[in-house]
Design a protein. Structure first.
Length: 364
């Protein structure tokens, strides 16, 4: 549980994430009790710890996970006890115009519930000494058990390891979705990816699946650049290098995954005339992005924000499963470390240091 944001580094000393015993209410209609088996350590969780994206507190963090259905409330029809699931960090109401038109990532009702730290149907299901504890993105998976709205869950085959299934609902949806849904990359188009964490390398894999060429991967960490080449990048550049020295026209599609406004500007400047810049990173709210307004017109460029990879999880995740089975989606290579939940603060230190791709914790 996080009681206050903005803890001092290292987190292994200040320990902003506490392991406490809380009370979890039984699932209400349309909700499911999940035993969490694996939970990913993501930059959006780090943003709550360091205070760059304020959230209602106290809360149970974590939004990327996999687990097993243990029980459910009334009116749940598509899940049964024992089902394996992955979690989706943006719940979709299913009835607004965005949801009914096949764009659940645009659901404003789900986004509003996340901002309040509440379940999609309202309120919280967690208390600590009778004090309400807020949910994080409707999931709160840094816990042994979680009550989650069924609209935030996707059933996955039971032969998929939990550590792999956990990454389907955030890193893969966001990264691959940015390429395939937001940018709609076509075969033969050039792509650049800035920031090679779990989301950025997922975007790289998405570009490989889409048969983009050439593919540029940009990151200051040499080990990540090396992994990018192993995953199919044609060029792996340090940010000090100029992409246009290798491709003077710039890339058709630039994907910014670093969560920095200055990196977004660099990605925009590396975008070819008529090209598209997509940003999926989550910079601090105070950071501003400034470009030449005239360049948007003269160079006919497009800038797109992409949240949840503009995905439809019920369509995209089954496709990811097929890619994984076919050997096209080497999720295992994105896993840097697996550790017990007791080391979650150490995991946040490693993420802050930018030396890891994806870590997962085991609550049990």
């Amino acid at each position: 549980m996080i009681r206050e944001s903005g803890a001092t580094l290292p987190y292994s000393v200040s320990r902003p994430l506490e392991i406490v015993e809380v009370e979890l209410a039984p699932p209400r209609p349309g909700e499911i009790l999940i035993r969490i088996e694996s939970a990913g350590i993501c930059h959006s969780d780090l943003s709550v710890v360091n205070g760059s994206r304020p959230r209602p507190l106290p809360l149970i963090a974590g939004h990327e996970s996999s687990g097993v259905v243990m029980a459910f409330g009334a009116d749940v029809k598509n899940f049964k006890v024992g089902d394996h699931v992955t979690t989706i960090f943006l719940p979709s109401c299913g009835s607004c115009n965005e949801c009914t038109s096949g764009k659940p990532a645009f659901c404003s009702i789900g986004a509003a519930a996340n901002a309040r730290g509440e379940m999609l149907s309202g309120g919280t299901r967690i208390t600590n000494d009778s004090t309400p504890v807020y949910h994080y993105n409707g999931v709160s998976c840094y816990s042994q058990y979680a009550v989650i709205d069924e609209r935030s869950l996707i059933k996955v085959p039971q032969d998929i390891p939990f550590d792999i299934a956990a990454l389907f609902g955030c890193a893969l949806l966001t990264g691959i979705g940015a390429v395939r849904n937001s940018a709609q990359v076509k075969e033969g188009q050039s792509v650049g990816v800035w920031g090679l964490g779990g989301v950025g390398l997922s975007a790289l894999i998405g570009a490989v699946i889409s048969k983009a060429s050439p593919i540029f991967a940009i990151d200051p960490v040499a080990s990540k650049r090396k992994l990018a080449l192993e995953l199919g990048a044609d060029f792996a550049l340090d940010p000090s290098e100029n992409l246009r020295d290798h491709l003077p026209t710039g890339v058709h599609v630039a994907i910014e995954c670093a969560g920095r406004a200055d990196t977004l500007k660099i990605a925009y400047e590396a975008t070819a005339r008529g090209g598209t810049t997509v940003t999926v990173g989550l910079p601090p709210a105070a950071e501003m992005f400034s470009i030449s307004a005239l360049s948007l017109v003269l160079d006919i460029k497009t800038i797109r924000g992409s949240y949840l990879g503009s995905a439809n999880p019920r369509v995209d995740i089954p496709e990811f499963v097929d890619f994984w089975r076919a050997g096209k989606l080497p999720v295992e290579k994105l896993l840097t470390a697996v550790m017990p939940m007791s080391r979650v603060n150490e995991a946040m230190d490693a993420l802050h240091g930018a030396q890891v791709v994806r870590q997962v914790i085991h609550p049990h």
